[in-house]
Ligand binder design. Structure first.
Ligand code: G3I
Length: 367
């Protein structure tokens, strides 16, 4: 387990004189506490004790995907508000939520999330503008010219609604196939507009909100493989031709069939070297206990090791509402208790969980 800047000393005025044995015991306990990401307050400089604050000290954000219909659940909202400093609407900004009928835009649920975040000083990631999934059936029924105009209008209307309020937008999501082909995925956009649809979407997005960072976002691109190579080539081409692109999102949905790749950091780094930011956009790792915690810690350390890795978003607040709930992939369990993975993330970010001196004396401390 990783080291942490943990202090377990009581305040100087209450510090007893120690024998060597007691000091050794204290150091042993310090290791245990450090490995759990726990600290006692001492009156000296405090390590950050929430994910958002710890990430901010590293110049990053730490966000969660949120669902508008859970914001009224007190522990959901308080966990979100306490721990995270960025949010991504999990479904509320998608095409089927914002333009279910052509030309008729509905922003109620997305507004709810944006207002919640803005009133609490949290950032917002926009997700997502052009995606083959959660796409109303009318889009697939359009002819080429109509589809082009519908895509550009959708991007423009949604981005202008939130102009100045979104730090990064997933402009195009999941446009490449899985497997070894490196080919584009079939979709109404690909099939009717051809390879140029991604470039067109990014140019339209830049015009709609010039201040927002424009990201390409995908899954199974977390290590070096045929799919990530295809995305890499797209980004390199865009950068060489001046097509606007600012960031690449790595969804990072991991489980035993799709573990954290050993070249994760190297892959993030090679994209960053192209001159774009990289963001971990939908992180979740199935499992439990120490194994899950170690994987989370490794992902966070990989991001911190890449200077252009600007933030991490976990794909949900609690296991209770995860899209993979049975795999318990998040940092808070179904009762909003912090899991070992939470301690590993906080510790990797350089933070530590707060314990009062009284707790220390009650047996969770050193003396
Ligand atoms: O909106 C309907 C609602 O009206 C209905 O009552 C309810 C009944 O089940 O279904 C609702 O839609 C569901 C929607 O989530 C909102 O809850 C869909 O059935 C369900 O399929 C949808 O799942 C979302 C999934 O994307 C769809 O592709 C997940 O919540 C969401 O976590 C997931 O997120 C995606 C990212 O956007 C892109 N990357 C992969 C990631 C995980 O699949």
């Amino acid at each position: 387990m990783m080291a942490t800047p943990t202090s377990i000393e009581p305040p100087p005025e209450r510090r007893p004189r120690r024998s060597r044995t007691r000091t050794a015991l204290a150091l042993g306990m310090a290791g245990l506490l450090a490995s759990a990401g726990v600290t006692a307050l001492t009156g000296t400089a405090e390590a950050a004790s929430t994910l958002g604050a710890a990430a901010a000290e590293k110049g990053r954000y730490f966000g969660a995907a949120v669902a508008a219909n859970h914001l009224g659940e007190a522990p959901y909202a308080s966990t979100l508000n306490t721990e995270f400093n960025s949010v991504t609407p999990e479904n509320e900004m998608k095409w089927d939520a914002t333009e279910r009928t052509r030309g008729s835009f509905t922003f109620g649920s997305a507004d709810q999330i944006v207002n919640h975040a803005q009133s609490r000083g949290m950032k917002v990631r926009g997700h997502t503008l052009v995606w083959h999934s959660q796409l109303p059936s009318w889009v697939a029924g359009l002819g080429t010219a109509d589809l082009r105009s519908a895509m550009n209008n959708h991007i423009t209307q949604v981005m202008q609604r939130y102009k100045g309020k979104i730090h990064s937008w997933d402009v195009v999501n999941e446009a490449f196939q899985d497997g070894n082909s490196g080919a584009r995925r079939s979709s109404p956009f690909q099939d009717k507009l051809g390879n140029g649809f991604i470039e067109e979407a990014f140019r339209t997005a830049r015009a709609a909100d010039p201040a927002a960072k424009l990201c390409y976002n995908d899954y199974n691109t977390d290590g070096v493989n045929a799919k990530s190579n295809a995305v890499y080539n797209l980004v390199r081409d865009f950068k060489s031709r001046g097509v606007p692109i600012d960031c690449v999102g790595f969804q990072s949905h991991f489980n035993s069939a799709s573990p954290v790749p050993s070249d994760y950091q190297a892959n993030l780094q090679r994209f960053a070297a192209l001159g774009v930011d990289v963001q971990i956009t939908e992180l979740d790792i199935e499992g439990s206990g120490t194994a899950q915690a170690n994987n989370y810690g490794n992902v966070v350390r990989a991001c911190l090791a890449v200077s252009r890795c600007t933030g991490i978003t976990v794909w949900g607040v609690t296991d209770k509402y995860s899209w993979r709930a049975s795999g318990t992939p998040l940092l808070f369990d179904g009762n909003y208790a912090k899991k070992p993975a939470y301690g590993a993330v906080l510790s990797a970010l350089g933070g530590s969980q707060r314990r009062l001196y009284g707790d220390v004396q009650q047996g969770r401390g050193v003396e």
